[in-house]
Ligand binder design. Sequence first.
Ligand SMILES: C[S@@+](CC[C@H](N)C(=O)[O-])C[C@H]1O[C@@H](n2cnc3c(N)ncnc32)[C@H](O)[C@@H]1O
Length: 221
Amino acid sequence: METSNPLKVLIACECSGTVRDAFLDLGHDAWSCDIKPDERGSNRHLRGDVREILDWGWDLLMVAHPPCTRLCNSGVRWLKSPPPGRTLDEMWKELDEGAALFSDLWNAPIDRVAIENPVMHRHAKERIRNFQPQAQSVQPWQFATDPDGPDNEKKRTCLWLRGLPPLVPTGTLDGSTARNSVHFASPGPDRATERSRFFPGIARAMAEQWGGYALEETRAA
Ligand SMILES: C[S@@+](CC[C@H](N)C(=O)[O-])C[C@H]1O[C@@H](n2cnc3c(N)ncnc32)[C@H](O)[C@@H]1O
């Protein structure tokens, strides 16, 4: 289904093109932005600090995947005892930077905002302006229809939503066959990138459900 009335959609902190291309597939005017180049070589990618373009008139929707290493519960231990070769000061500075970026995205001058991140620890929550609890958490397998496909995975993903309804799962599986590749990603230089890769089933649901919701709202306005 393509729309004849496209939304101007910003996908922040994305270099894989997964969510951007899901919105493009439905005919939306979607752009990704990341400090890294686009992995698919798309001309729909803006390279740089996303904070510089938040006020470009994204009249509709931003989906953001900011770096979560210092914000998420699974990394809270590093704030007491840093990993080898790093200092405690560096850990707390990175937490401040990560929380500042999350804050700028969450408070962006855009009517509808979605941010995905893992479960957050209290030091991160305390640093985020106008913090609100996540609206929902989802698992990739809830959006999977093929047991062998890329979505049949376990990875709890929290969604902070402003001006958008919770996502409704679209999958047909029950999670019993879901893989845990993210948890067991092998060590190496690509580990962080592999672990932060987004899932096409959730991306498609975002484009279909939030794109449709925002379109109806703008038509009614
Ligand atoms: C956790 S990864 C998200 C990857 C995403 N799920 C994807 O599929 O491409 C965080 C991303 O945020 C980007 N990033 C960090 N700071 C940024 C900034 N100020 N502006 C734009 N992108 C930024 C990083 O380069 C990285 O690609």
